[in-house]
Design a protein around this ligand. Sequence first.
Ligand code: SF4
Ligand code: SF4
Length: 317
Amino acid sequence: MNEFERRIPKKGKDGLFARGVDIIQVNIGLKCNQVCDHCHLDASPDRREVMGREIMERVLEIMDEVRPQMVDLTGGAPELNPDLKWFLSSLTENGLRVQIRTNLTALLEPGLEDLPGFFRDHRVDLVASMPCYLEENVRNQRGPHVYERSIEAIRMLNGLGYGTANGLKLDLVYNPGGAFLPGDQDALEEAYRKELRQRFGIQFTNLLTITNMPIGRFQEGLRKKHKDKKYLALLKDSFNPGTVDGLMCRRQISIGWNGDMYDCDFNLALDMTMDHGAPDHVSRFDIGSVAGRRIVTGIHCFGCTAGRGSSCGGALA
Ligand code: SF4
Ligand code: SF4
């Protein structure tokens, strides 16, 4: 058992175990049009790793077998995968519910103008990064002009019915602008709603707060400023046992661009594939050994259990 596993309230066997597969997250490539400070995947325009059709076809077979409640497509910027439309159509024609994680600005890239309408026509929900409602904070984390372009994209999505009453879902994602934990999710949601409505007349469905994980570019930035140890101590000191039941890895798996299988997107970023007898590649997928697998954990897992907890679906407790 590692340090994280020793902190988990003990219920039977040592370690953290999955309880089924409700969500399958598919990371269809590490290429991104942005280079954000807090990126745990080191995504950028220079990355060449993109999921091809052969792996997508195998993933579709797995979807047929598992019939998850949700397929969660992520990246990089998933919009930049040239096979996205084909993959998405195959999933939705098969009756699967799909959501896509977008950085918003990718929707405005030349040549991708028809994608938002395509998403709407396929009833795809959207989860969009918007780390603050204040321009300066977004610019510091995500680069110049990202704020203005994000607002422009939300306005365009609202025009298609996203994030509006009775429309398709458009959730926004907040993450802290430094080495601190997110504030209360409900209070932040209220502040976002008020500010974004008053300033720009734009709407969204829910706000999800996500803790910055001590990995990837974010961790590198902390290390350079000699803040990495202090941040890890904060995460450990803020361990909340009430978050353990809801940890996303317990009901979700993550598939990488090359078909490697992980317990979550953070393990994917660290290239810590499934283990403890569970298959590490889609070619060897077997629901019997995945559904109740022992999860591969590490020191970074304290990022999911700190304070109110954190997951791709927001706070946990
Ligand atoms: S955080 Fe998201 S938008 Fe920013 S570089 Fe990483 S994948 Fe791209
Ligand atoms: S980092 Fe991944 S494996 Fe660790 S607790 Fe969070 S979701 Fe689970």
